[in-house]
Design a protein around this ligand. Sequence first.
Ligand code: SF4
Ligand code: SF4
Length: 191
Amino acid sequence: MVEDKGGRLSMRFKDLLLDREVVLSPDILALSTGAVPGDNEGLARTMKLERDDLGWFQEVHLKQRPVDFFTEGVYMCGLAHAPKLITETIAQAQAAAGRALTVLAAERQRIGGVVAVVEKDLCAACLICVRACPYDVPYICEDGYSMIDPARCQGCGICSAECPAKAITLQSYTDAQLLAKCDALLAEAAS
Ligand code: SF4
Ligand code: SF4
């Protein structure tokens, strides 16, 4: 609440961090304009970008990857993320540019080994993996089987689990490896 007390401004508000009522007498009271997310649903769907409940784009991890999306190679800063001070926006923009430079400046990119691989002779080109992949990686090539670019695959394993022909293997997580782990776990639990 704002009042005029003998020619001076008086502000009374609840400080949520202190969890108590605070009264201030500022010289100037400047109200900022509220901000809401733009119409970003189409962009989020196309680029597979996470958003929070309010519709702002959401980082992978507040501390460990504060300007990254789960979609590799896409970074955020400023009002795309949430309303913030200009100093925070500049710092975040520098961080996003720095992250992008690590990709652009490298002559070669190293990719993880946990990627999906298609056994082309088993593939029936049913399109299930194409539709299931949250990152739009698989596609049916001209020769009529599913292709997965290992540089784009995020290793989530969804296509591997969905493929009815068992034509897709997630490297390092083959059925034999997982069954061996289960056997070892059960044997240990039973002993
Ligand atoms: S789900 Fe399996 S069978 Fe179907 S297109 Fe993909 S790899 Fe081929
Ligand atoms: S493992 Fe995940 S990211 Fe990779 S192709 Fe399959 S569904 Fe897509």
